[in-house]
Design a protein around this ligand. Structure first.
Ligand code: MAN
Length: 352
């Protein structure tokens, strides 16, 4: 494992008040993070679940088109509840989440501590967000910050985009990758005149576990030229891989930390989520130059090994500061944390 220069817990569920009556916060995690002229901004996924338990039932919240929270109850014996995040209702074949997520904006002067806990809320809207919005990633292009995020609804798990210049007013651009697709990260500059994104389609006819793909776009809205980039087989992960941090430009390419999970066939639960590094060609980002031979980040601290989902480090932002790369991540689907690697050490993991 790569030497961490420091690791700091930044935000936990107890730090905030739930937005909804009858709900408790079970996670504050997977933050989109970016440095702006007025300091570091964190867009944090806040996840709430119903407090009430009903004997023999499983609950699933949703948000109506009018913006009202409703809780649906399903008989336990009709559901597969082996994953703490989702369950499948046998009768309808439909999956539901056990929680609802929205986003909150926080600022940090030093990049390590949250300045004020009164963060503005970005709340789910419309038909494609009724089960919540999750896992934002932020890329600055010119003066605008583009945020890709997971939009979950009865239509499936899609990736939508919003943009902002001040993190107060947000413009929604709708779904940019149709279900099922998530872990979309946009590159920090155009390559040969086109925007580039890494995405992760999830095929239902599973010839392979989910893989990372590269797409290009003239306008950030219409994506094509899809090519496959990395599969779980080609990486250190056995179960799945997906984009983690928006890439940063380094000498000779784009550097990113992606996530992957390891789970034995038939094993219940979510498996172990770790982070690995990847260097892509600067002129042809669908060409991988190198990747780390194994994970560079894995759950180590108690707050990473135990939480709503045990054993998860989920990197969502990579920021260059002096001679280090700082990595912001979700820990155990419960907390926001930040760690850092010496530049030299991290670049060494993708050196040829
Ligand atoms: C999936 C998503 C993420 C979550 C990880 C780990 O990739 O649900 O939001 O952090 O699993 O549970």
């Amino acid at each position: 494992m790569l030497n961490r220069l420091f690791t700091q817990l930044m935000l936990s569920p107890d730090d905030l008040q739930p937005r909804h009556d009858g709900m408790k916060i079970i996670g504050t995690f997977n933050p989109g993070v970016i440095d702006t002229p007025s300091g570091t901004v964190l867009l944090v996924r806040v996840c709430e679940a119903p407090i009430e338990q009903r004997e023999g039932y499983v609950s699933s919240p949703r948000i109506t088109p009018e913006g009202k929270l409703v809780i649906d109850w399903f008989p336990h014996h009709e559901c597969d509840t082996s994953d703490p995040r989702t369950f499948k209702h046998h009768h309808t074949g439909a999956n539901r989440l056990r929680f609802i997520s929205y986003l909150r904006v926080f600022r940090s002067g030093d990049g390590r501590t949250i300045d004020s806990l009164d963060g503005d809320v970005v709340y789910p809207e419309g038909d494609f967000e009724v089960f919540g919005i999750e896992d934002p990633r932020i890329t600055r292009l010119g003066e605008t910050y583009y945020i890709t995020y997971v939009a979950v609804s009865t239509h499936g798990v899609a990736t939508a985009m919003m943009s902002t210049t001040d993190f107060k007013q947000f413009t929604r651009h709708g779904v940019i990758f149709a279900p099922e697709n998530k872990d979309v990260v946009i590159f920090p500059e155009k390559v040969l005149g086109q925007y580039v994104a890494m995405h992760r389609p999830v095929p239902s006819l599973r010839f392979v576990p989910p893989e990372m793909w590269i797409a290009r776009s003239p306008d950030l809205l219409h994506w094509g030229n899809h090519t496959q980039l990395v599969s779980a087989d080609q990486s250190a992960h056995s179960d799945r891989v997906g984009g983690g941090t928006p890439p940063v430009r380094v000498d000779g390419g784009f550097l990113t930390i992606y996530h992957g999970s390891d789970k034995k066939p038939g094993e219940k639960g979510a498996g172990t989520y770790t982070g690995s590094s990847l260097l892509l060609d600067a002129d042809n980002p669908d060409r991988m130059i190198a990747r780390s031979t194994g994970p560079i980040m894995q759950p180590e601290y108690d707050f990473e090994t135990e939480g709503f989902v045990d054993a998860v480090v989920f990197p969502t932002a990579l920021i260059e500061r002096d001679d280090a790369y700082w990595v912001y991540y979700g820990a155990a689907d419960t907390h926001v944390a930040v760690t850092a690697f010496a530049k030299e050490d991290l670049l060494h993991t993708v050196a040829l």
